[in-house]
Structure formats: C-alpha cells, structure tokens
Design a protein around this ligand. Structure first.
Ligand code: ING
Length: 317
C-alpha cells in the first residue's frame, strides 16, 4: 500500500430540516464519485450528518437529543459502512456522539477498507462558549453541547501507514499535530465547520477565515512532515454562512488540491506516504533536534503568565 488516491468529500450546507437519510445519500454519491476515480480513502467533514446545530441555543432535552448518534453504525449511517466495504474504501466522518452512559462528544471515526472502525477521536479543543451569549450575532455553543474529548490524540495503522484524526478547531493548535507527529503520523484527516463571519467582529470577512484555516493546516503538515486532508461543511445553513476551502496538503506543506465551490465537491490527490519520510529524517527528526527539557510550560501551564520581573520592568516603562 502506502501509495493510494485520497478523496476529500466537501459537503455543502445541511439545513436544520434535512434528514440523516438525505445527507447519507449525498455522502454515498460522493463515495460513488471517489470509487470511479479509484480512491481508497475518503474524508468527510465534522458533524457531517446534521446541520451545525451548536449555532442554536436549545433547552428541551428531546430537541437536543435529535442531533446525536447513540450508536455507530446506526440504521441511517449503515449504508456508508456497507459502501466502504463494497468499494474497499476507508472512510472518516464526524458526528455528534451520545455515549450509553450519557456523555456527549464531537466525534469522528475512521474505518479500514472493509468498513470496520479502526480509530475514534473526540474533539479536544472546543471553541465558543458554554452558555447563551446574547451579545453575539449568532451562537457557537460547542462548550454547551459537548465535553472535551477523553481519548487523547491517537493514531492507528491504516492503508499501510500511521494515520490520525483531528476536528475543526483542533487544527488551529500546534499541539494537535505535534502529539500525532510524536507518534509517527503520516496522514491526518480533519473535518471542519467554520462560520464565515466572526460573531464578535462583524467586519472580519471569510477571506481572513480561509487564510487562517489554510495557514494552520499547512504549518501543521510541514512541521510534522505529514499529509493533511482537511474537509469543510460549507455553504449557507439556515442563513448562516460556513467557509469551504477543503484542501489536501503534502508533508512539505504544499496544497496539492483545493475545493472551488461551497457545495458537495470531491477533491482528490495521489498520496505516497513515503513522502513524509525525508522530513522526519532530516529537518523534523524529532529525536535529533528537539530539546524537551526546555518545553515544560507547553504542557504544565494552561494560560499566559508574564514573568514577575518582566511585569516589574513594564511598570517602570
Ligand atoms: N469552528 C470554528 C473553527 O475553529 C472558530 C470556530 C472559527 C474558532 C474561527 C476560531 C476562529 O474553525 C469549529 N467548529 O471549531
């Protein structure tokens, strides 16, 4: 293996009223296209089965429950796993997970080419806020609907290589890629749903958001010498714009494929996992170059603490 064609399956908008079945049918159509192009891995977005519901403040438990999957595969998603096996194509997609003991996570799974789940990831970096925020132009209640992931940044063997997953906001944090880089990751899949506008700064248009998304992904790929396949849910969901810009980035940080529309759109690239070797053996040979004795703050301190003597100097200025 190690050489295969990968597909990024961008999804256009999913409205509040769209059924799981209608969405799964769109996803299967993209799998059909990917199969015709000989792809052996297809990557779908974050929360791929529903609209980006954390934009809505709901309080009725029954209304909230409708957005989550309590089993995977479920009846509605089984066709995806069956298609994966039929096409011998590994798939990844994100969904809202409700565990049997009542925990809620923003989750993604990855299967092998037989449609068996080989990796599960629960989103660790939850952006937004945990309570209704009246001043915002729209809500981003991921801290209200989900708990931080409890599975860590993990990797698995798939298609002959080391693969890992992250979700949306995770892509903005270098720790995400480095944790997988330290486990030898060669290809990271990332789904995202990114509002085109900043709910707190209406003047920040989506050009800036596309730039920051791409910058983060290219940096993560290059600094850990890994492929990254990052796929958007795009378009206008019940009046709320999400950026597209799905892309495939190689281990040198170059964009090798990018979506052009805000709709369901397949992008593909020929992946050779061995292209990640040179970076891992030279510039980013972690064992030869990293000095962990100097990195303590990164995992011991959460927020910013300006050193006392610096604070004193600032007071004198
Ligand atoms: N969405 C956005 C993201 O991280 C966001 C939230 C947008 C945070 C822009 C910061 C800046 O892409 C999700 N779902 O995380």
């Amino acid at each position: 293996m190690r050489k295969f064609k990968v597909a990024g399956a961008q999804l256009g908008a999913i409205q509040k009223s769209d059924s799981r079945e209608a969405v799964v049918a769109r996803m299967v159509a993209l799998m059909d296209q990917a199969h015709e192009k000989g792809c052996e891995l297809i990557v779908f977005p974050e929360l791929a089965l529903t609209t980006f519901f954390p934009r809505w403040y709901l309080t009725d438990p029954k209304e909230i429950d409708q957005w989550y999957e309590s089993e995977m595969p479920s009846a509605a998603t089984l066709p995806l796993f069956e298609k994966a096996k039929e096409y011998q194509m590994a798939i990844t997609f994100g969904y809202a997970e409700k565990t049997p003991d009542g925990h809620h996570f923003n989750t993604s799974i990855m299967t092998n080419k037989d449609g068996e789940i080989v990796l599960k990831y629960r989103k660790i970096h939850l952006p937004g806020h945990g309570e209704y925020a009246p001043k915002r132009a729209f809500q981003h209640l991921e801290k209200y609907y989900f708990e931080p992931g409890n599975l860590g940044f993990n990797v698995c063997a798939n298609l002959g290589g080391v693969m890992g997953m992250a979700i949306c906001n995770d892509r903005r944090w270098p720790e995400t890629y480095r944790m997988m880089g330290l486990q030898g990751v060669e290809l990271v899949t990332i789904g995202y749903n990114t509002p085109a506008y900043n709910a707190e700064r209406r003047d920040e248009a989506d050009g800036k958001r596309l730039f920051h998304s791409q910058l983060s992904i290219q940096a993560g790929a290059y600094q850990n010498s890994t492929w990254v396949v990052a796929v958007a849910k795009a378009g206008n969901e019940d009046g709320h714009e999400l950026i597209g810009g799905s892309l495939i980035v190689d281990p040198n940080g170059f964009v090798v494929a990018q979506a052009k529309t805000q709709e369901d759109e397949l992008i593909t690239a020929d992946v050779d996992l061995d292209e990640s070797r040179f970076g891992k053996e030279t510039v980013f040979n972690f064992a030869a170059h990293r000095r962990v004795e100097h990195y303590g703050l990164i995992s011991s301190q959460t927020g910013v603490e300006v050193p006392e003597e610096v604070k004193k100097q600032l007071e004198q200025e």
